[in-house]
Design a binder for this molecule. Sequence first.
Ligand code: NAD
Length: 377
Amino acid sequence: MKSLNIGMIGYGFMAKAHSNAYLTVNNFFKLNHRPVLKAVCARNEEAVRAFADTWGYESVETDWRKLVARDDIDAIDVCVPNNLHKEIAIAAATAGKMILCEKPIAMNAAEGEEMCAAVEKAGVPNIVWYNYRRVPAVTHAKNIVDSGNLGRIFHYRANFLQDWTIAEDLPQGGNALWRLDVKAAGSGVTGDLLAHCIDTAIWLNGGIKDVSAMTETFVKQRMHTETGKVEEVGIDDACAFLCHFNNGSLGLFESTRYARGHKALYTFEINGEHASIRWDLHDLHRLEYFDHRVEGPMRGWRSIHVSDSDHPYMSNWWVPGLNIGYEHSFVHQVADFIKGIESGQPAAPTFRDALETQKVCDAVLESGKSRCWVDVP
Ligand SMILES: NC(=O)c1ccc[n+]([C@@H]2O[C@H](COP(=O)([O-])OP(=O)(O)OC[C@H]3O[C@@H](n4cnc5c(N)ncnc54)[C@H](O)[C@@H]3O)[C@@H](O)[C@H]2O)c1
């Protein structure tokens, strides 16, 4: 068993999800590498030490440049706000480190291009954490689509709805609320939530040709935590867009943080000539399936509990019929990343794959501003 020494940057939400995955993966997947929690980095030394103690990191750093320069680190995990992804990833690639970068890959496609160039020049393994691909029911959907079972695809529909930014006195900037600050996030729901929907859609249904979008910022000014001043809000609070896929199907996407009652409602539905499938993050182990070829009155939607041993990833877990959850998608991603290193066949989405999603996000934001259809380059 070889060690894979992890250098984690950030100690927030995703740093927890990833640390849990590194600690868990070898208990359930047969691999020749074991992730070792070598060091975690953030600017607040007391807070980062507490995180290191909780999760068992061997050491801490308060400057990510020092972490990237360390000889005892094999892979850098980028779990910080989007405005830092590019600089860290390029420095890590230049230092010859593998990189596991959170999504969206960057603030925009131009930054993403630079990151792709850096990892490809350095020849280092790289991946972006579009983890929903590795929810077993979503992977099962991919297998069904790839088998041709649905026939010609007509429609792809996705939503990602939340309700946590409705209060007008919620500030922007700083810890956790960096998502409301365009300088840290790059965009609002488009890069934060729709990017997930777009990544899954491209994976399941192929590339997106052009988009027509509508964006809205409902609360136009918010106090900025770092400057102490009331500042313009530069992010999209809500975004809906139409698109054409390269395969001729039509797409309809909606995301908002103003859908009262919804906390993280990610759903998608695909309608094909013979069959349809739909998935809902709130019931993430189920895949709903309708097959028009079933004759007679028993025809109808069926709900597949994706927990059997012949379902994706499930033979690694408990006995058939028992659920796994959100956190397991990250464990699967680590397992696939390591298998990619070992087989020489990189796990997706690589930086280059994730750049496709970023290009769609850029086109969506441009269309929202121009009120015109925009081609995805
Ligand atoms: N894959 C997913 O489903 C998913 C979910 C949430 C967030 N994300 C992405 O993960 C990234 C992090 O999001 P989060 O929710 O974990 O955010 P968070 O606010 O919970 O954590 C961000 C962390 O970055 C640290 N940080 C900020 N500036 C830093 C610096 N200069 N040096 C070192 N550390 C610094 C903060 O201290 C904090 O620990 C973002 O890119 C986000 O889009 C992905």
